[in-house]
Write a protein that binds this ligand. Sequence first.
Ligand SMILES: NC(=O)c1ccc[n+]([C@@H]2O[C@H](COP(=O)([O-])OP(=O)(O)OC[C@H]3O[C@@H](n4cnc5c(N)ncnc54)[C@H](OP(=O)(O)O)[C@@H]3O)[C@@H](O)[C@H]2O)c1
Length: 316
Amino acid sequence: MIGKHEWSVTNRQPSLKGRVALVTGGNSGLGFEVACGLATRGARLLLPVRSAARGEAALAALQARCPGAEAELLTLNLASLDSIATCATEVAHRTSRLDFLVNNAGVMALARRQETADGFEMQFGTNHLGHFALTTRLRSLLEAASGGGTVVTVASLAACKGAIHFDDLQSRRRYSPFGAYQQSKLSNLLFARELARRAGENGWNIHSRAAHPGWSSTSIIANGPASSLPGAVGKAEQVIGTAVLRVMGQSAARGAEPLLYAALSPAARDGDYYGPQGTGERRGPPGPAKVPPAAQKISTAARLWDVSERLTGVAW
Ligand SMILES: NC(=O)c1ccc[n+]([C@@H]2O[C@H](COP(=O)([O-])OP(=O)(O)OC[C@H]3O[C@@H](n4cnc5c(N)ncnc54)[C@H](OP(=O)(O)O)[C@@H]3O)[C@@H](O)[C@H]2O)c1
């Protein structure tokens, strides 16, 4: 097994000089750490963000951490199919191939049901449908990469408790903040595995793996449940939730290691899932993760793929 230090973000191997990587959500938390890990190894980074100010701040922090990092910002709101289309066109102007795509951005457990610009439930729409549309639109650039581009899609331990409610994918009849998050993360896992299966069957020049960070100390509570709860309740949720992640989980840098492992380890296999190796997969060095039974059903994955094509209007 690969030792834990081999995948720390400060390790410089393998060299990614001349390779191009796109990381969604690269301005914060795990995405920022993955970006650092790829930049440290010499990759050229494309970082699509929805806030120019947060993007600039992240670029400055990236340069401070990895002097000489080659990174540029683009605009992307995964909660808008138009924005995704525009971003994919812009990516094609900036590069003729994409070696790595890390589908990392996400939002968790919004207290009230919200919708994307296209009327999808916000978590399913952003975390799954947004990344489905983005990956599909970047397909030709991924296939142009030497040896095939690698797509890493970030799921979560929350996928274990998830179900795909095909009769109410947008949670219109019944909305539960964590239920919608679980569905979106199970969808991430099903998509990663189905992409690998279809790529293998059809000879697409693409690799696909899934990864989860265990419990990692990031802004996910502040950006999710805390941001959507009123005043003092939101503040309490943020303080308690963030403390739980810090005490029971691990740093964002350690949480990023399974994502880097899925992208870079020679031991990583298409269709497989990677996460921390400690108790309950909440923390620890990276390695194989348990695939929950709900994510093993090819019929569910194939149905979700078809529905995702129909909903986004973007087809492989
Ligand atoms: N932290 C954990 O313990 C944990 C556990 C399991 C899985 N995960 C997964 O890890 C991924 C990264 O989360 P994190 O913990 O690093 O949280 P984070 O610090 O809140 O980062 C989330 C990132 O996603 C971006 N984002 C959210 N909505 C977006 C949209 N509509 N368009 C474009 N970008 C958007 C955010 O951009 P802004 O800065 O503009 O908001 C931010 O860069 C998520 O997929 C999450 O589900 C995290």
